[in-house]
Write a protein that binds this ligand. Sequence first.
Ligand code: SF4
Length: 350
Amino acid sequence: MARELAVNSTEGNADGAGGPIVFPTLGPGLYSALRAAAPKRIVLQVPAGLVRNAHELAERLRTEVHAQVVLATRPCFGACDMPSREEAPGAELAVVLGHAPIPNVPIPRPTFFVEMRETGGDPEALATTVERAELPKRLGLVASVQHLDLVDPLRVALERRGFGVRIGSGDRRLAYPAQALGCNYTGAEAVADGVDGFLFLGTGQFHPIGLAFAVARPVWALDPLRNALEPPVDRADLVRRRLLLVASVHDARRWGILVSTFAGQYRLATARALEERARTRGRETELLYFDRLDPRDLEGRAFDAYVNTACPRIALDDGPNYPRPVLTPPEFLMALGELPLEPYRFDTYH
Ligand code: SF4
């Protein structure tokens, strides 16, 4: 069943696009809503993991909706970088797969988000796994969007086994309680004081690593479909590596300040504030604009280091791919001596 999400942005949606419409999966509900909207042209955007199926999905939409469907070739990494009007001219409506809307990000056209929710995962079996592994009794629960429907049943199953489970609601960048977003774990932060560890429901290391940066608590990842519990993330090692990088650019003079023009990654005010702090401290700076950043774009430039105001995960996950060190804004302030090294501060995008 589709839902309309409230939009929390101070800027509002561009051109009165209305609130995002959310569907749990691809299926008849989505197709009939699209037929009712009767767009002439739809732009379909898929995450990197679904690129292989994109043409088949586009064809299915054409058949079901009887509309033109064009593919946005650039995969989306989040609901922060949806196709702009220029990227998909004439498309009246967008279908975005695999992401929840980000309530405070303006959308350029009516957009149907298909969150690709998973229905699998046995809460009793998962709770037994957690109990056998002797995780802390006071646990915070966090999940990727695909597994959010399992959060409450798992909470109940864990509580039956004597666990105290906390589920936090985050700020205006998060659509749901317990939701993990790679740049914002404010839901987890809201309950961190009342727990001794976090359990992340989902696959891969992207969110467990982000969560470990954001909360000074042990983080375990539980793959709900395989019922496989990973060892806790080594936060101390993650932070140590970042602080070594900060120390290595302590004396850097020429800084490039990276600014993305994607609607949900655009932090010009932050960039300007960092520029002012850097100049006060005798550093040279230049603002560099881009939409999607490619390491090759920074080759051959006369900078000693960069600070990135776009997606925080560019610095944290992809930093080694760049020709010079890339810091997050809090790390940059540490390098300037404006923030202490401890406690480590995750670059939360609010
Ligand atoms: S800014 Fe980065 S982490 Fe946040 S939603 Fe966008 S791609 Fe994901």
